[in-house]
Design a protein around this ligand. Sequence first.
Ligand SMILES: *[C@@H]1O[C@H](CO)[C@@H](O)[C@H](O)[C@H]1NC(C)=O
Ligand SMILES: *[C@@H]1O[C@H](CO)[C@@H](O)[C@H](O)[C@H]1NC(C)=O
Ligand SMILES: *[C@@H]1O[C@H](CO)[C@@H](O)[C@H](O)[C@H]1NC(C)=O
Ligand SMILES: *[C@@H]1O[C@H](CO)[C@@H](O)[C@H](O)[C@H]1NC(C)=O
Ligand SMILES: *[C@@H]1O[C@H](CO)[C@@H](O)[C@H](O)[C@H]1NC(C)=O
Length: 311
Amino acid sequence: MWSNKSHMLFLCSLTVHLALNEMANIGVLLYEFYVAVIFIFWNFDKALTAVIQTQQTVLAAVGEDAEFSCQLLETKDVVQVTWQKVSHDVETNVATYNKYFGQRVNDGFTEKFKFKHTELQNCSIVIRNVTEQDEGCYHCLFNTYPEGSLIGRPCLQVYELHEPVVDVRESNSTEEWVVSCSATGRPAPTVTLSVSQQDLSFSQYNTVSVSNTNATFTVTTTAVLSGSRSNSTQVGCAARVLSAPHREVMETIPEVQEEYDDDDDYDDGRILVILSSVLLLLLLACFTTLIFVWPKKKSQSRNQNTFSQMR
Ligand SMILES: *[C@@H]1O[C@H](CO)[C@@H](O)[C@H](O)[C@H]1NC(C)=O
Ligand SMILES: *[C@@H]1O[C@H](CO)[C@@H](O)[C@H](O)[C@H]1NC(C)=O
Ligand SMILES: *[C@@H]1O[C@H](CO)[C@@H](O)[C@H](O)[C@H]1NC(C)=O
Ligand SMILES: *[C@@H]1O[C@H](CO)[C@@H](O)[C@H](O)[C@H]1NC(C)=O
Ligand SMILES: *[C@@H]1O[C@H](CO)[C@@H](O)[C@H](O)[C@H]1NC(C)=O
């Protein structure tokens, strides 16, 4: 629309210019006046959209709240601020903030929209619990007197990003692991693997993207990690969509089951058996002492007692 207009303006000026060229000085003056008028209108038209400050695109995750705010940068007599949702080039009034009647969210939108900041020069609205259906562009109209409507056009982009899932497996050869990471999102997320230890490296990258029924994509990246690891090596997986905050998980490479580990277990077991045997023997010894030695001593002392009584 714009380019058409400028094009036409250009052709008009050219025609006028050519025609006027035939004439004398007065003609040139006329031409300059004509250009000046065009220039003024042109700028005025541009200014209509430039006086409103709003977000070009608001990014929100499914389930989050999104906020649009429109601010009229020039002081004007605003009668009402109207918020509209635009879908398929059809504008639907969603909510209004009126100088005299205050705020009103229209029927069918009360669950979804809520005013946040209500001022005739500076108005903001919250879209609650966003879903894919809320994606698109919106209008904030400052209905002014006498200029008419000034329009701001913020847009909402909805994304979805679930926490990635990492899996680390030992591969056939020692000092190699197969790391795979899966992330689901909309639009398709990018999945990046990382490792905490510098001398380990990934190779044989392979990425597969599967589209789900609900317009999300599950992206799985698999790679082989090789090198000699230290005890607490971690692999990380980050998933990103658009410019939203990324989601990252870390996973520690599982302990390698080496042979001496088994020996250790075996030794431990043997020690346990020996220890319990010793304990058992000690207990037995105690019992024997108690059963055979104690009664003898007792009877001895009893004998002594009787003896002393007899005396
Ligand atoms: C406009 O409203 C926003 C909240 O939506 C607020 O942060 C900002 O300070 C306001 N600006 C003015 C000039 O009142
Ligand atoms: C958000 O919207 C979804 C789908 O419409 C719904 O299932 C969920 O209960 C809503 N959550 C809240 C907190 O309203
Ligand atoms: C592991 O060994 C099996 C069979 O011996 C083979 O099919 C597979 O490709 C090997 N995997 C790797 C990562 O070397
Ligand atoms: C979309 O599908 C994926 C995989 O089937 C699932 O993990 C995700 O929760 C779904 N998203 C929504 C909003 O239902
Ligand atoms: C690995 O762990 C063992 C004990 O489990 C420790 O003796 C050794 O120093 C650790 N090595 C490194 C590089 O941290």
